[in-house]
Design a protein around this ligand. Structure first.
Ligand SMILES: Nc1ncnc2c1ncn2[C@@H]1O[C@H](COP(=O)(O)OP(=O)(O)OP(=O)(O)O)[C@@H](O)[C@H]1O
Ligand SMILES: [Mg+2]
Length: 226
């Protein structure tokens, strides 16, 4: 369980990005985080991945307050969380296989483990046969599925996607959302921050609405608009 408790975040000089947010995410949840631009969605995600620290409050994950992590502990914590961004962030000079393998190489996994694991994950995201393509030889949806594959290599407890379909057409968007649902069904908790009304309304899952840094709505089967 993830428990965000009375969390506020103020950026200097006095920009209140999050204002007293309380939010609980159960294991296995699929939660859409919506709200106007500037509402605080990405800030909340940066706090969850320990990229930023809250000004007040705490964030408990598996009984641990992650806002208290020291610098050296952060990389270990991050491995339990997969993150996918709107702008992909793939390495353009590496193939699909190498992009995913790289995430394992940096934590010094053995070649045998990498050779076993990468094909398995690429199959899961539907990229078998595309292993040796470079990012510029892929569709937007395939690029994003590579990014999702990379986010899954450490078998994260939580997969966070910040506007993952922002650069995709409706067909590729649908593909990526179906993949997130499949990953969720396999047991991974998913947090999706998005502006896409159709996506949120079709999911028929929990929707949390942020406005001016506050949670203004939290519904089990929510819709994009209040
Ligand atoms: N590093 C920063 N320094 C100062 N202000 C920031 C910083 N990051 C975000 N903000 C401000 O905090 C507020 C919340 O921003 P945030 O990026 O969390 O919004 P968002 O909901 O993700 O918006 P969008 O839908 O446009 O992605 C905004 O007013 C933004 O300008
Ligand atoms: Mg954002």
């Amino acid at each position: 369980m993830i428990s965000i408790e009375k969390v506020s975040k103020t950026y200097p000089p006095k920009i209140v990005a999050l204002d007293d947010v309380d939010l609980t995410i159960e294991s296995g949840d699929f939660l859409s985080l919506v709200g106007p631009s500037g509402a605080g969605k990405s800030t909340l995600i940066k706090l969850l991945i320990a990229q930023e620290k809250p000004s007040r409050g705490r964030i408990m994950i598996g009984g641990k307050d992650i806002t208290k992590l020291r610098g050296g502990q952060v990389p270990f914590y991050r491995r339990k969380i997969g993150v996918v961004w709107q702008d992909f962030k793939l390495l353009n000079n590496k193939t699909v296989f190498e992009n995913v393998a790289y995430a394992l190489e940096v934590v010094e996994k053995s070649v045998a483990e990498i050779m076993a694991k990468v094909p398995q994950i690429l199959r899961l995201v539907g990229l078998e046969g595309k292993e040796h393509r470079f990012p510029h030889e892929l569709s937007g949806g395939e690029i994003q599925r590579t990014a999702i594959a990379r986010a899954l290599v450490h078998e994260p407890y939580l997969l966070i996607a910040d506007e993952p379909t922002g650069n995709l057409d409706p067909v590729n968007t649908e593909e990526v959302i179906q993949l997130l649902q499949k990953i969720n069904k396999m047991g991974t908790t998913v947090l999706l921050a998005t502006h896409n009304k159709d996506v949120v309304d079709n999911l028929k899952k929990r929707v949390v609405v942020l406005e001016n840094g506050r949670v203004v709505s939290d519904r089990k089967i929510g819709r994009y608009s209040l």
